[in-house]
Design a protein around this ligand. Sequence first.
Ligand code: AMP
Length: 316
Amino acid sequence: MERWLARTTAEHVRRMPEYEMVVCKDIETCRQAVREARRAGRSVGLVPTMGALHEGHLSLIRAARARCAYVAVTIFVNPTQFGPDEDLDKYPRQLSTDLAACEQAGVDLVFTPDVETMYPAACHTNIHVGGVTGGLCGASRPGHFDGVATIVTKLFNVLPADMAFFGEKDYQQMVMIRRMVRDLMIPIAIIPCPTVREPDGLAMSSRNAYLSADQRKQAASLSRALFAAVDRIGAGERDAGKITSVIREEILSAGPADIEYCDVVDADTLEVLNAIDRPARICLAVRIGSCRLIDNVGIGNVEKSKSQNIKTRGLL
Ligand code: AMP
């Protein structure tokens, strides 16, 4: 493990002869590596992360591996997306374990920049994506999505990939980045990847480590409630208010929790819906103790039949 740290901190760039994974803290070296890969006709896939890698991250890396000949992963705990009272300082950091996981997954390049590299002094540009960032997490985490949009734009410029892979676990983030790439004409395809869950349904997250054993049990209520809601919609319920009430009840019946939001939104615009009459997403954020958890599920194409009964074509 230590070999990674020594090599990344002392030497910045190192080609591992046995695996050929490059670990790099320097922008120009990354650009060069990506340029070379593209010149050699290799498609480049990018997986941005904040580290503390788990199966969710690894599923993104596997998706990138399946579609791209060259895979770059970034590991950077981005300070600008954390609010002043959030968990920046205690966010889990385990670089050597992460590098071993990347190597195991066949990653070609890992970019692990320092904060000073990504935010040199006198950095006055901030990216704000309007519309889709107004509600859900955007309402309760002011500045969060600007921080994400800004760092992702920087990473896209350092590693000009063909495709970038984002988890639907952070659905609003994925939608925002898809929108930003369209609006700014950034030539990178955004590939959404399904949420990976623990056996009891809890969406995997680096922050799950903050949960006590009891809270961990309670946390399974989020996905249980979401899946029960999907079943109700499948059975014909179209009233979004009824659906969110049922979800809230299910979560609160599992123990004390603060439901920050629970909304049914348009899958593309994230506009809050009263009636489930189009592809939608049910999104929620819940605090259990001091741990803030988010989750969401998709509701597929919904159509009205001739008799005005609404049929569900498929649930995502
Ligand atoms: P993070 O390290 O939390 O910034 O996440 C990096 C990427 O991994 C983001 O695109 C996340 O949406 C994705 N991700 C995190 N958890 C999961 C999960 N359980 N399933 C799928 N993707 C995930």
